[in-house]
Ligand binder design. Sequence first.
Ligand code: ATP
Length: 207
Amino acid sequence: MIEIGLTGGIGSGKSTVADALVERGAVLIDADRIVRELQEPGQPVFDAMVERWGKKIVAKDGTLDRAKVADIAFSDEDELKALNDIVHPAVGKAMVERRKAVEGTDAVVILDIPLLVRADGQSIADQYSNLGGIIVVDIDPALAVKRLVKYRGFSRADARARIANQASREARRAVADRVIDNSGTLEDLEPQIRFVWSWIMTLPHPA
Ligand code: ATP
């Protein structure tokens, strides 16, 4: 198995690039997506959350009301800790299980790690000694704001604030083995994905 870290700012296109790599045969391990899966109705994490905060965090359609959860968790440190105590161990366990399932195979595992480079510019890549390489999805922050507003329902101010609280483009690019420029169209991504995939294919599988 080869493990590749994928990172980039909010709205840079990590999920889009990850999906394209999965189409080529990669296995994706994405903590955010795992969180969403674990918070589906009927999952133990969903049940534990409803047990703690009651029906007020359940929307009319029976799914989790994420805005309500955010209101509760981000206004009180104890509530945030309680949320993390429910969600983090379950996500960690699910990630380990997914990784285990492909260990010893020749799988290409893409780890989507949004905060691989912290806001202060420090990289936490050394915590992932298993990574065979790092791909950074690079984009002009102004364009990320545009896409977050247009496709993801963010307000301009919120999108800007979130980007301002993240690592700079330069700090992220500094840790990259390969940079994907997502300032063009989705079609413009395709040759870059092909190029990156060929590079991954040249990487040695760790013993
Ligand atoms: P997040 O940090 O929130 O997880 P992300 O980095 O995974 O975001 P995506 O969700 O892949 O980013 O992309 C953000 C939005 O921009 C999505 O709606 C996606 O469909 C769109 N998008 C991504 N790349 C392009 C592109 N080249 N052209 C137009 N739209 C794009």
